[in-house]
Design a protein around this ligand. Structure first.
Ligand code: GLN
Length: 483
């Protein structure tokens, strides 16, 4: 269970390990750990074991097998899986059975990966702690009293506690990188347009991407290679030749130019985080990279701009949940559409989702649109330009993933602004559409801390190379054992 996907595929193909045995052992592990962690909303054990037997047969017959040959994958519950409940951790979609698979799920299937189940998340991916789930919070495997980060908290916790070998998350403003950092895993938000969003239930479409959450950088490159494709079903998907990202796993950062923007160490950054991240930068310098401090002035406005844009898009995207076409419908004798719409949304959505719909609607409304939405879009352009300028000088930019280590369950849930502040270092990449990875860079009082690396659009190769070298030379990655 603690082996990387990379190694497991080798053993499975060499017939040293049967897929059925490996998948069964993952479910045994889930049975033991799930009570404490609660990473999953839905498990698909029967389907997974059936698929495992099919792949074992393929191997016995000597048929060609896919790159994910038998590997167990946890999938965030906002990614549509045909006939398998996809809830977005919302009462609204509690019993929603998608009639189709997301494009990424089709790729996983084509590559012989196996979906283990659907993972817990903040409702409609709105949050940074996985506490805003209709199904209750997920717990951090490193400390059960703390949050795993969010919104893809279930996916990261499943990988960190060996309840899945690989996982998929989605990242609108940090939802892959934040839980990756809090759970001591690797999380990559790809360049906007690299991975198809078809079948990803929309929160804020102009910002989000699906991406891998894994135990190490090799697995991250492997899973990324399998899910990237041009997809005519997503009009924002980029028509670019497919790439094998595993060939960028090179332990060499000689001559790599690192920029360290001051804005990533602003007010609210904990000393221990600052120290660990700087240790990481100095470590990279020690193995051949060059670094320089720099400044991206517009980043001070990234957080407010992000929240205005994300909430505005959410208010529009979530208008489709009217109780008629999707999911939850309260029993009501009245046929008056207004009443039904009102009641279904009042009881179907949680309080954070409602808060965002209301704020987003406000930001878009006549009279306020120019002051909020339009202004935020202008700031977004400035941020994009600042990154473009910085990347003329640097190959990667580095900062913390999260300004603080994982916090206690319940600590921030009552104060939305405090929760939003946690995203200060992750949202810039989404506003600019650039790729960004979080890797483990140390522990503070037993709690994981992540380092974030950002690169120009479609330069996932550079990110993977630097992240791989970092992991190789400073191996702090570890997995949780049973308590
Ligand atoms: N925490 C951020 C938010 O609540 C990001 C969420 C995400 O990336 N889906 O909007």
């Amino acid at each position: 269970m603690e082996l990387s996907a990379y190694k497991l595929v080798g053993r499975i193909r060499a017939k040293e390990l049967r897929v059925e045995d490996y998948i069964s052992s993952l479910y045994d592990r889930i049975k033991r750990m799930e009570k404490s962690v609660h990473a999953y909303i839905t498990l698909t054990k029967d389907l997974a074991l059936k698929r495992a037997r099919e792949i074992d047969k393929k191997i016995e017959r000597g048929d060609r097998t896919g790159r994910l040959c038998g590997i167990g994958i946890a999938v965030k519950d906002n990614i549509c899986t045909k006939g398998i409940r996809t809830t977005c951790a919302s009462h609204m979609l509690e019993s929603f059975l998608p009639p189709y698979d997301a494009t990424v799920i089709r790729h996983i299937d084509d590559e012989d990966g196996i979906v283990l189940g659907k993972t817990n998340m903040d409702e409609f991916a709105m949050g940074s702690s996985t506490e805003y789930s209709y199904f209750g919070p997920t717990r951090n495997p490193w400390d059960f009293d703390r949050v795993p980060g969010g919104s893809s908290g279930g996916s990261a916790a499943a990988v960190a506690s060996s309840m899945a070998t690989l996982a998929l998350g989605s990242d609108t403003g940090g939802s892959i990188r934040c839980p990756a950092s809090f759970c001591s895993t690797v999380g990559l938000k790809p360049t906007y347009g690299l991975v198809s969003r078809y079948g990803l239930i929309a929160y804020a479409n102009s910002l989000e991407q699906i991406g891998p959450i894994t135990g190490n950088v090799e697995d991250c490159a492997l899973l990324l290679s399998c899910i990237t494709s041009h997809d005519s079903l997503d009009s924002t998907s980029v028509n670019k030749p497919e790439e094998d990202y595993t060939k960028h796993l090179i332990d060499d950062v000689n001559g790599i130019r690192i920029g360290v923007p001051r804005e990533f160490f602003g007010e609210g950054t904990q000393d221990s985080v600052e120290k660990m991240v700087w240790n990481g930068v100095l470590g990279l310098e020690g193995i051949g990279a060059n670094y320089e401090e720099t400044t991206l002035k517009s980043l001070q406005y990234a957080l407010p701009a992000y929240y205005i844009i994300a909430m505005s898009e959410a208010s529009s995207n979530l208008a489709r949940y009217d109780g008629l076409r999707y999911g939850y419908r309260i029993p009501d004798k009245s046929y008056d559409w207004g009443t039904v719409f009102l009641k279904d949304r009042r009881f179907g959505f949680g309080f954070e989702v409602k808060r965002r719909i209301i704020l987003g609607t406000f930001a878009l409304s006549a009279g306020y649109h120019d002051e909020y939405y339009l202004k935020a879009q202008k700031v977004r352009t400035l941020i994009k330009r600042d990154f473009e300028m910085a990347f003329k000088k640097f190959d990667v930019l580095i900062g913390p993933t999260m300004p603080i280590p994982p916090f206690r369950i319940g600590e921030k849930v009552r104060d939305p602004l405090e929760m939003y502040m946690c995203d200060v270092d992750t949202v810039p990449s989404n506003l600019a559409g650039i790729p960004s990875i979080s890797v483990q860079c140390g522990f503070s009082k037993g709690l994981p801390i992540g380092i974030q690396m950002m690169a120009p659009p479609f330069r996932e190769d550079v990110l993977l190379r630097v992240a791989f070298s970092f992991q190789r030379n400073f191996p702090t990655l570890a997995k949780v054992r049973d308590k």
